[in-house]
Design a protein. Structure first.
Lengths: 269, 358
């Protein structure tokens, strides 16, 4: 589908790529694996990374307003199929997955190179992704992707508005401050959570998702293997910053013990 | 040249604390890597970008820095990722740094990954500790695990440091010269570089670097920062705070913690997801995107303790956590903890506090 802008800017078919990641479920009990280089994934449940869910929501709302196409782009092992189907069920039109079993040992540049190569083939008007993943928390993929694609970018975006000349986006700053940014298209945005209300997949959506296209790409064909410039050498348990006194017993006993502490130690009662 | 450079971020013409912490982190890093550095640098260097350094020069002069460079250009007056990336790319091409240390701010998160990619590098972001190697520790899995990272490539190693992870106080000691930690601003190392103006080599003096930037290279047009909503709640001055997180499950359950806050005479606050969902107003949010608090008591209910939240409340004098997950990161910073179902513990606690107050 070609993107086009009419003279008055009223018709714009936007082709939007949403780069998503599958991460361990939020409350999952994560354990270090035997190599101490990553986590044991065997008994883990996985889900769509939260800020990526907001990126998808923003894309779907833009499509509803302006027309166009939403393409989900991901890189990961076979299990990611479930998360891709969920995104398609919510309304994405099709998906591209880069089959990749070694995500944990690739650095952010290497992953972004794969995503950039797959994006380039589609010539999107807009690339959205979450501001950071809940597992590695690097918060870099979208920005590196923009650099590799040679596109302008903005991060921590809560709201996206299409204008005659491109986009007007609302960026979150620190400590309750915000900023509007004007930028041309095509562009890359990293989306902060909370800007929209997330939708649920409908039964109809789930049914439709089964027939939607999921294109599988091989990592090797997209970007040459480069030695990582940064390596995760070891995963460890964090050191406790304080020695926490756990108050045991039934809820009532623990509550009573805490009141004692608040009264005589913390002196706030 | 192979040296350590720190990128200082200014806010309203002042150096933000996190930038001082970045200087401290860089000084610590220098001690770890000094034997392997090609140069004989005794201390680290700093960069400020944008507006003329002016009054900040004095502030920087007390930090025991070797060189201070102000990267100045009219197109850098307001921050843009394009402008900062270009400016630093050009400056680093000249000084060939071995390490670059950034404060892990929203601004750095916006441009440093692109800058790193342009240099063929990956930013090691949000670092909380630097040990021999150097090994850079950063958090994984929302703070449940730590990851030890190494720079394995050739070329500059870029790291950003988390707010509060490195102590800025040590800088004062170093600058006052009371501790002989290898900082000797009065002794000039043999200078081999040609790139900078001579005045840049004297400790504390500010030299100017002017990058080449064309207006067309700045592709985004940022507006003036504005406040999101009227701030009618000043959590920053609250002495007692009860804060609620995802564990509360539904908006209908918020009154449960409101009752606890009322019994205690505390302000009610929340972690980001609660405000995102609209269960409590944004102005009650504690964390990196909300308010920073330092009460006598911070009682965290159903908050797992992701770093974005911890940076906003870890300065509290006493932290109490109620959470069903004994491995939740909030227990790493808590003084007292109750591991249990908040729907049982909170009502019991509310009653116990009411009874104690009678």
């Amino acid at each position: 589908m070609m993107a086009s802008v009419s003279m008055n800017g009223s018709i714009f078919i936007m082709k939007i790529i949403v780069a998503i990641k599958q991460v361990p479920e939020r409350d999952a009990q994560v354990r270090i694996d035997s190599s101490a280089k990553w986590i044991d994934e065997s008994d883990l449940q996985f889900a769509l990374n939260e800020s990526d869910a907001y990126a998808l929501e923003e894309a779907l709302q833009l499509k509803e307003k302006h027309g166009g196409e939403v393409i989900v782009l991901s890189a990961g092992p076979e299990r990611i199929g479930q998360t891709i189907r969920e995104a398609l069920a919510k309304g994405a039109d099709r998906a591209i997955n880069i089959a990749c079993d070694d995500l944990a040992t690739r650095d952010a540049l290497s992953v972004a190179r794969l995503l950039a190569a797959a994006s380039k083939e589609e010539s999107p008007d807009l690339v959205l992704t979450g501001l950071q993943s809940e597992d590695l928390g690097l918060g870099q993929t979208g920005v590196i992707l923009a650099e590799l694609l040679g596109l302008p970018h903005a991060t921590l975006i809560l709201h996206v508005e299409k204008t005659d000349t491109g986009l007007n986006v609302k960026r979150e700053l620190e400590e309750g401050w915000f900023q509007q940014i004007e930028m041309p298209l095509p562009a890359v945005l990293t989306i902060q959570s909370g800007g929209n209300k997330l939708r649920y997949a409908t039964l109809m959506g789930i049914k439709k998702a089964k027939t939607k296209e999921v294109r599988q790409l091989g990592a090797a064909g997209l970007a040459p293997d480069a030695a990582p410039v940064v390596a995760l050498d070891q995963v460890t348990l964090p050191h406790k910053q304080k020695s926490t006194q756990i108050l045991p017993g039934s809820p009532k006993e623990a509550a009573a013990a805490l009141v004692e502490k608040l009264k005589f130690e913390v002196r706030v009662l | 040249m192979s040296e350590i450079w720190v990128v200082i971020e200014q806010r309203d013409g002042r150096i933000a604390r996190i930038s001082l912490e970045a200087v401290a982190a860089a000084q610590g890093l220098l001690k770890k890597v000094a034997p392997t550095l090609k140069s004989v640098a005794k201390t680290v260097n700093a960069i400020v970008i944008g507006a003329p350094a002016g009054p900040m020069g004095g502030e920087l002069g007390n930090l025991g820095l070797e060189k201070i460079v102000s990267i100045e250009h009219p197109l850098l007056a307001q921050y843009t990722a394009d402008g900062y990336t270009l400016a630093l790319e050009q400056f680093f091409a000249q000084v060939q740094p071995e390490f670059v240390v950034f404060p892990h701010t929203y601004q750095v998160r916006d441009y440093a990954p692109a800058l790193a990619a342009r240099l063929g590098q990956v930013l090691i972001s949000d670092v909380i500790d630097i040990s021999d190697g150097p090994v850079f520790t950063r958090q994984l899995m929302q703070g449940r695990l730590n990851g030890a990272y190494k720079h394995t490539g050739t070329g500059p190693c870029l790291v950003s440091v988390q707010a509060g992870a490195f102590r800025a106080e040590v800088l004062q000691t170093a600058a006052s010269g009371t501790v002989g930690q290898g900082f000797s601003p009065d002794k000039e190392p043999p200078e081999t570089g040609r790139a900078l103006a001579p005045e840049a080599r004297s400790s504390g003096a500010v030299s100017v670097f002017t990058p080449t930037i064309e207006p067309a290279q700045i592709r985004t047009k940022p507006g003036q920062p504005f406040r999101g909503s009227a701030q009618t709640v000043d959590l920053g001055s609250a002495q007692l705070i009860v804060s609620v997180g995802r564990g509360i499950k539904e908006a209908e359950n918020i009154p449960l913690v409101q009752a606890l806050a009322t019994a205690l005479g505390a302000e009610l606050a929340a972690s980001r997801p609660i405000c995102d969902a609209g269960w409590l107003p944004m102005e009650r949010q504690v964390g990196s995107s909300g308010q920073t608090v330092a009460p006598k008591l911070y009682l965290a209910v159903g908050i797992s303790g992701a770093i974005q939240h911890l940076v906003g409340m870890k300065a509290a004098q006493c932290i109490v956590a109620i959470n069903k997950d004994p491995d939740a990161p909030i227990f790493e910073v808590a003084d007292y903890g109750i591991v249990g179902d908040l729907f049982e513990v909170v009502p019991a606690l509310t009653e116990a506090i009411k009874a104690a107050k009678q």
